[in-house]
Design a protein around this ligand. Structure first.
Ligand SMILES: O=C(O)C(=O)C[C@]1(C(=O)O)C=C[C@@H](O)C=C1
Length: 284
C-alpha cells in the first residue's frame, strides 16, 4: 500500500487501519495525560523541602526499584529493553526538572558515551573527557554531577584504575550501567560516580578498597573478608612496591563505620559506594 492509499483508506470510518489509529490516538492522549501528571507530582516533590540540602536530585536506588517493579509486571510484545529506555528518559527528565545535571564521561570508548546516554537520557548534557581522573575532577569541582567510568578490570593501565584514588566518601559509586542487559552484546559495563552516598534499592552490591602493606595472597584476603562476613564476589589486586591495593565487590550495602570493616586485618578498608544489582534479562 502506498502512503496515498494508506491515507485515503484511513479516512474511511469502517477501515481497520483508521480504527487502530483512532485507538492509538486515544492511548497516546491517555499516556500524555499521565506523563504530564507525573511531571506535576515531581514538580511538587521538587518544591517541597523533602530533598532539600542534597547535592543532587538523583536517587539511583529509587530508580532501580521503579524499573524492577515495572519489569516484574511487564507483558506483551514491547521488549523489556524498550520499556527501560522509555523510563530512563522519563527519570532523566524528572531529575532535570529538579535542577538538572551534567554527566562527565571518560571518553575511552564510544561504548561509554552510549551507556551514559542510554542511562541518563538523550537530553542530558554529556562532557567527554580524556581521562578517568579528569571526569572525576569535573564532578569534584561541581562542573558535572555524575562521572561515567569503565567497570574496573584487573591488570588495566594504572591511569585507568580510577578506584585506587577515588576520594570516598566525598565521591562514591552510585550506579552500574546498563541497568538492564539482555545478552553479551550489552557489554561493556560502566559505573556512575557522584558526590555523596547512593540510596539503597533493596538489592545492592558494594565496592570496597583495601590497602595493606606487605605480602598478602588473594586466598588470604578472600579468607579474611569472608571471615569478617564480607565474602567477595570479585577481588581485584594491584601491587605497587610494598603496597597492596584490592578492590572487592560484596553483596549488600557497606558503608563507612560498618562493624565488619573493623575486623579486617588490613591497613585501610574504605567503602567506595554501592549500586543496584542490574537486571539480567533472558537472552533470546
Ligand atoms: O523519588 C524521587 O526522589 C524523585 O525525585 C522522583 C524520581 C522519579 O521521577 O520517579 C526522579 C529522580 C530520582 O532519581 C528518582 C525518582
Amino acid at each position: 500500500m502506498t502512503s496515498e492509499t494508506d491515507l485515503a483508506t484511513s479516512l474511511e470510518p469502517s477501515n481497520p487501519l483508521a480504527a487502530a489509529r483512532a485507538e492509538i490516538d486515544a492511548l497516546d492522549d491517555a499516556l500524555h495525560d499521565l506523563v504530564m501528571q507525573r511531571a506535576e507530582v515531581v514538580a511538587r516533590l521538587a518544591a517541597s523541602r523533602a530533598k532539600a540540602g542534597s547535592p543532587s536530585p538523583l536517587r539511583p536506588g529509587r530508580e532501580a526499584m521503579i524499573l524492577r517493579r515495572l519489569l516484574a509486571r511487564h507483558q506483551g510484545p514491547l521488549p523489556p529493553t524498550a520499556l527501560v529506555r522509555l523510563w530512563r528518559e522519563i527519570l532523566a527528565s524528572s531529575s532535570a526538572q529538579q535542577g538538572g545535571f551534567t554527566v562527565a564521561v571518560y571518553a575511552r570508548s564510544p561504548d561509554l558515551d552510549r551507556l551514559a546516554r542510554e542511562h541518563f537520557g538523550s537530553l542530558t548534557p554529556l562532557r567527554s573527557l580524556p581521562t578517568a581522573s579528569r571526569a572525576l575532577s569535573a564532578v569534584a569541582a561541581g562542573e558535572a554531577q555524575v562521572a561515567v567510568l569503565p567497570l574496573p578490570e584487573e591488570g588495566e593501565a594504572p591511569e585507568d584504575a580510577w578506584w585506587m584514588s577515588l576520594d570516598s566518601p566525598r565521591l562514591q559509586v552510585i550506579a552500574r550501567l546498563p541497568f538492564l542487559a539482555t545478552g553479551p552484546d550489552s557489554l561493556p559495563e560502566a559505573l556512575a560516580i557522584a558526590p555523596g552516598a547512593p540510596d539503597p534499592s533493596g538489592a545492592d552490591r558494594s565496592l570496597l578498597r583495601i590497602e595493606a602493606m606487605g605480602e598478602r595472597s588473594r586466598a588470604q584476603l578472600t579468607g579474611a573478608l569472608t571471615a569478617a562476613g564480607l565474602a567477595p564476589r570479585l577481588l581485584q589486586l594491584r601491587r605497587d612496591g610494598g603496597l597492596l591495593r584490592a578492590l572487592a565487590e560484596v553483596d549488600g550495602v557497606l558503608e563507612a563505620g560498618d562493624p565488619r570493616l573493623a575486623a579486617l586485618p588490613v591497613d585501610r578498608a574504605l567503602p567506595l559506594g554501592f549500586y543496584a544489582v542490574p537486571e539480567r534479562g533472558v537472552i533470546g
